[in-house]
Unconditional design. Structure first.
Length: 123
């Protein structure tokens, strides 16, 4: 289950933090074509990068498949289908700080969108 999700428009990066027995975080490069680059951080701190992931498989992973489990969806839609490269271990403190930063950004964005429009009454 996704705890928090943020889409960075400037960098075209979809980020998600999970409440999962195996997966902590994922980020996906939003390439213009249907094939994505997906990076997943597991509870061990290991990060793996999966290239040329079909958008449909990515969306099934994000949704947790049919039963809502991102771990099961990973083992069904990502792991058996795509080549991977192991990356450097990721600091959980860094991921936590990153989530805090993007939560604050999302809050500011939502507050900005809720501000009432000021009309000019000078005639």
């Amino acid at each position: 289950m996704i705890l928090f999700r943020y889409y960075d428009k400037d960098n075209r990066l979809d980020m998600a933090w999970y409440d999962s027995s195996n997966i902590v975080y994922s980020e996906c490069d939003d390439n213009e074509n249907a094939l994505k680059t997906l990076r997943i951080v597991f509870k061990t701190g290991d990060m793996y990068e999966y290239k040329e992931v079909d958008v449909k498989d990515y969306l099934m992973f994000m949704a947790g498949g049919v039963d809502g489990s991102n771990g099961k969806a990973f083992y069904k839609f990502i792991k058996p289908k795509y080549k991977f490269e192991k990356k450097e271990k990721v600091s959980f403190d860094l991921l936590s700080e990153r989530m805090k930063h993007f939560k604050e950004l999302k809050l500011k964005e939502s507050q900005k969108n809720e501000e009432p429009e000021v009309k000019n009454t000078d005639s």
